[in-house]
Design a protein around this ligand. Structure first.
Ligand code: ADP
Ligand code: GN1
Ligand code: MG
Length: 368
């Protein structure tokens, strides 16, 4: 029996394990699709090794996941939906725990959501992005009455962009890999935007922007969708559900999904903000969330897209400078390529800010 099979058998799975394959394109955890056979039936599971370099307290993380999924289940049932499909279901280990730990590694299992796929891009099917927005908007709505004080902060200061800027500055200064001299234009571009970094955190601290229960990692591949109808099925990757600003979720979705190219595209001439996709997402999101957002949140939606893109660019560049210790990379310079696409998007968004503001205004007018 292979190591992965031995691990998955520690969980309450049905049937005999037939195969275990690497799955998905996440940058943090290691994900596998497990196929089991029980008589004539095939059952699939999602086995994940939690990245404990990133998530220091996996038990607290799982307490969040269980609390949030239990809440979502009851909302989905009230709405007449199918909770086994529309939210994640944790499969416990045989000893009753939600995690299994071995050789310093930490594992969990979810039921696999069948007949749903995650998209890496919305360029070919813009309606995918509209529906993703509706799902993330609905996710936020379903968690609006969740007791936020019971959530653990799985990664402290996750979207504290001002802190991210300080960490970036420190990485440049320490320059542990001697890479800073290769990336002077990128460093300058970020430094020139220091003032942007504090805008949202300051408004949250001053109580001018509300804290809500937010997902905090709303990239398009963190939602499973129906491959035929392109409807949203299930919001996944709940590891960073924490109190946050709605702007983090809106901005991060745009950063990834409204880009004309993939996050690691090396030809920067292909990378720009697709205003059609921005419009689709804004429309879908506001169809769910317009009623609960404050005026200031609505006003800052376009800025949040730029802010979260700048933040992510800074994080990729910081990781590149620190020797690629945080995000998984698949080639040398991968984090630098990712940082460059984000920074290209930032400058493009700056030029398109007035158009983005116009789109938000038009969508709000249509919702009213
Ligand atoms: P990471 O934190 O590394 O991004 P995710 O939890 O997002 O990990 O999982 C990585 C990928 O695995 C997802 O983008 C999705 O394609 C797939 N996936 C994860 N959980 C499930 C599930 N329960 N059912 C089906 N596919 C899943
Ligand atoms: C990571 O786990 P994944 O791949 O869905 C990261 C996000 C970044 C994203 C960039 C916990 O998301 O914050 O925006 O990569 N998640 C964590 O693609 O750091
Ligand atoms: Mg993910």
């Amino acid at each position: 029996m292979g190591k992965l099979e031995e691990i998955v058998r520690q969980f309450c799975i049905r049937g005999d394990v037939e195969s275990i394959q690497c799955f998905g394109c996440g940058h943090i955890n290691s994900t596998y699709r497990v196929r089991c056979r029980d008589g004539a039936a095939h059952i699939h599971y999602t086995l994940q090794k939690i990245n404990t370099q990133v998530f220091h307290n996996p038990h607290q993380l799982m307490a969040n996941v269980q609390g949030v999924t239990a809440h979502l289940r009851s909302k989905i049932l009230e709405e007449g939906g199918d909770p086994d499909r529309e939210t994640l279901s944790v499969v416990p280990a045989r000893d009753g725990s939600v995690l299994y730990q071995q050789d310093g590694e930490t594992w969990r299992v979810y039921t696999f959501i069948e007949g749903a796929v995650s998209f890496e891009s919305a360029e070919e099917h813009p309606e995918v992005f509209y529906n993703a927005a509706r799902s993330f908007g609905q996710f936020q709505k379903r968690l609006a009455d969740y007791p936020a004080q019971t959530l653990y902060e799985t990664i402290p200061d996750f979207h504290n962009t001002a802190k991210r800027f300080r960490d970036f500055q420190q990485a440049v200064q320490e320059d542990v890999c001697g890479r800073a001299r290769e990336v002077v234009p990128e460093i300058d571009l970020i430094r020139a935007r220091e003032a942007d970094c504090a805008v949202v955190v300051d408004l949250v601290r001053q109580g001018k922007l509300p804290l809500r229960v937010t997902h905090n990692d709303t990239k398009l591949n963190n939602i499973l969708m129906d491959p035929v109808t392109y409807e949203g099925v299930c919001v996944i990757d709940l590891d960073t559900v924490m109190p946050g600003s709605a702007l983090y979720d809106f901005g991060d979705s745009i950063r990834f999904g409204a880009s004309s190219a993939s996050e690691d595209e090396q030809d920067l001439s292909k990378v720009y903000l697709d205003l059609n996709l921005f419009q689709k997402y804004t429309d879908g999101y506001l169809s769910q969330a317009a009623g609960s957002l404050t005026d200031l949140e609505k006003e800052l939606l376009p800025f949040s897209a730029k802010l979260l893109t700048l933040e992510c660019g800074m994080r990729f560049l910081t990781d590149y400078l620190q020797g690629d210790t945080y995000f998984k990379i698949h080639r040398p310079g991968h984090n630098l390529d990712r940082a460059r696409t984000q920074l290209k998007l930032v400058t493009d968004m700056e030029q398109k800010m007035a158009q983005m503001q116009g789109i938000v205004r038009d969508c709000l007018r249509q919702q009213a």
